[in-house]
Ligand binder design. Structure first.
Ligand code: NDP
Length: 231
């Protein structure tokens, strides 16, 4: 059975990934900043013995290294880079940009997924069909940007797309695939109450893409329903 490492597993899409993969019988390594406070994830882990909780703040790269060392002997089939922040704060658009918040957003949304891929490469190489699936956003698309704004978030997701596209090419000789996913506009803390779909629909769609993934499609940028997206 597949083993997944999910970051940002305590709420939103991350929590739903854990719920659905655990129900499907997969082994889920559910990583979040504060497992001791993650009540919903703890309840899920109480229900499913195949969920294990691990502490991980992805902005702290020494924690990524330590978790990779702690899990050194393990095989990981899917690295699910889900943790992310929006970064942009209302009233702090162009002219009032918060550059420290921007740096933090880039560290979490762009650098951490790459650092995770670097540190967990040996674990992924133990699988005969491994995949790095990263949650990006249509807001990272240049072609789709007709409304401007959201500079911190847009630039971070565009950066994530560029980094993941390179990883797809670099890791292909090692048979490691890379999928760049837009989950849709989803009703979570980040997506807000007006999102078009719920976590169940978004994650079911993304799971289908992950399950059917073929190395020939590595580096593609797709919506949860499988439709290709413009860069
Ligand atoms: P939420 O805001 O609901 O959840 C974000 C998750 O990321 C939380 O678990 C949060 O943990 C975690 N996280 C944030 N920073 C860190 C960190 N430094 N270390 C570890 N975990 C961290 O967001 P969603 O579930 O909606 O989003 C999940 C992903 O999907 C994100 O990458 C987002 O950009 C992307 N996305 C979402 C869309 C939507 O409509 N919802 C649309 C497009 C993309 P904590 O509770 O500790 O803060």
């Amino acid at each position: 059975m597949k083993t997944l490492l999910v970051t940002g597993a305590n709420r939103g899409l991350g929590l739903e990934f854990c719920r659905q993969y655990a129900a499907a019988g997969c082994n889920v390594i559910a990583a979040c900043r504060r497992p001791e406070q993650a009540e919903q994830l703890q309840a899920l882990a109480g229900q499913y013995a195949n969920i294990e909780l691990q502490a991980l703040d992805v902005a702290d790269f020494s924690q990524i290294e330590a978790l990779a060392a702690k899990l050194a002997e393990r095989r990981i089939d899917v690295l699910l880079n889900n943790a992310g922040v929006y970064g942009d704060q209302s009233g702090r658009g162009f002219g009032k940009l918060d550059y420290q918040a921007w740096a933090d957003t880039l560290a979490i949304n762009v650098m951490a997924p790459v650092k995770l891929a670097e540190c967990f490469l040996p674990h992924l190489q133990r699988s005969d069909k491994s995949l790095i699936a990263s949650l990006s956003s249509l807001m990272g698309s240049m072609a789709d940007n007709s409304s401007g704004g959201s500079i911190l978030y847009r630039s971070s997701k565009a950066g994530l797309n560029a980094a993941m596209k390179s990883l797809a090419i670099d890791l292909r000789p090692r048979n490691i695939g890379v999928l760049i996913l837009h989950p849709g506009w989803v009703r979570t803390d980040m997506g807000g109450p007006n999102g078009l779909i719920d976590v169940e629909e978004s994650v079911s769609g993304m799971r289908r893409l992950i399950d059917r993934f073929d190395l020939a499609d590595s580096g593609s940028f797709v919506k949860y329903d499988g439709s290709p997206l413009p860069w």
